[in-house]
Design a protein around this ligand. Structure first.
Ligand SMILES: [Zn+2]
Length: 142
């Protein structure tokens, strides 16, 4: 797993408290209210690795406010890696709207988009099933 600095977008292999490059207080930034807004703004960054990283983080955070901007990115971006990251993030966020959008993508004429969307839905389905297994069974109170 890679970690990213949302200040300078360098990546590193551990959950560090401070960015080794720009010194940003990473944990403080994670906790700040406008963190999501900044990640969402980064989806429109002109350098394509930045939207890819922002999408990965938004997916990991299951950021529901990012669903609309990610959908727009899937439609608007000409970059395969950006579109792929946005599709995966939508699967990870997993709101009803995100999954409905992914289901419409499975009919895309562009085959790689349809396959990526199907994979994202599949992964989300497996996560949901695992969570159900972890949840306490109902109706077993003594
Ligand atoms: Zn940094």
């Amino acid at each position: 797993m890679r970690w990213y600095c949302p200040g300078c977008w360098c990546d590193f292999g551990a959950d560090l408290a401070r960015c080794p490059r720009c010194g940003l207080d990473l944990h403080g930034f994670w906790d700040s209210r406008d963190y999501l807004e900044k990640l969402i703004l980064a989806l429109d960054h002109p350098e394509p690795t930045t939207p890819v990283r922002a999408a990965e983080l938004l997916g990991r955070l299951r950021a529901a406010p990012a669903v609309e901007p990610l959908q727009r990115l899937v439609r608007a971006s000409a970059d395969v890696f950006v579109v792929r990251a946005a599709i995966r993030a939508l699967g990870a966020i997993g709101t009803r709207g995100a999954h409905e959008f992914l289901r419409t993508l499975t009919d895309e004429p562009a085959r790689w988009i349809a396959e990526e969307a199907a994979r994202a839905l599949d992964a989300a389905g497996r996560r949901a099933a695992a969570q159900r297994l972890d949840a306490p069974q109902s109706g077993q109170e003594p």
